[in-house]
Ligand binder design. Structure first.
Ligand code: ZN
Length: 150
């Protein structure tokens, strides 16, 4: 079996904090000075430059973080960074359960003594959970759901 993917939990998280520095260039000598966010927000903060001048940095009042807005369809995959991969989870999410996959898993379950309709119902439920067209993942999900109901 190739392309076996582990089922992963999708968590949408925004940063708890951020670390931003600001670079100021001395207009007199061109030397750069880095200020932390706290320093840049401090009232009357001064930088003593090596050229013997005093720089008063423009005070930063605040920064607004902007988040990408996702449509409701995309929402589930927001925690996955938009990297340049040819196949994204998003594509998989909208892919319907393949009949061929359904058959493979259904046949396996029937070997365990499940009725065909019963097996297919379980697989469809499992597919709603995993959304992965992979017989192994679906079979695992079915068995897991059966275990959870006991
Ligand atoms: Zn200077």
């Amino acid at each position: 079996m190739k392309n076996i993917k582990k089922k992963r939990t999708i968590l949408n998280v925004k940063p708890k904090g951020h670390d931003i520095s600001y670079e100021y260039i001395c207009p007199n000598c061109g030397l750069n000075h880095w200020l932390t966010n706290t320093e840049a927000k401090t009232n009357r903060f001064k930088i003593a430059c090596e050229c013997n001048c005093i720089i008063i940095p423009a005070k930063i009042i605040g920064i607004k973080l902007k988040y990408k807005k996702y449509s409701s369809k995309e929402k589930v995959s927001t925690s996955i960074p938009p990297v340049d991969s040819p196949k994204t989870d998003h594509e998989e999410l909208i892919e319907p359960l393949k009949d061929s996959i359904l058959k493979i898993v259904s046949d396996s379950l029937q070997e365990y003594g499940f009725e065909k309709t019963e097996a297919e119902e379980l697989i469809k439920q499992a597919y709603i959970e995993t959304k992965i067209n992979d017989p192994v993942q679906l079979l695992k999900q079915v068995l897991q759901s059966l275990g959870a109901n006991k």
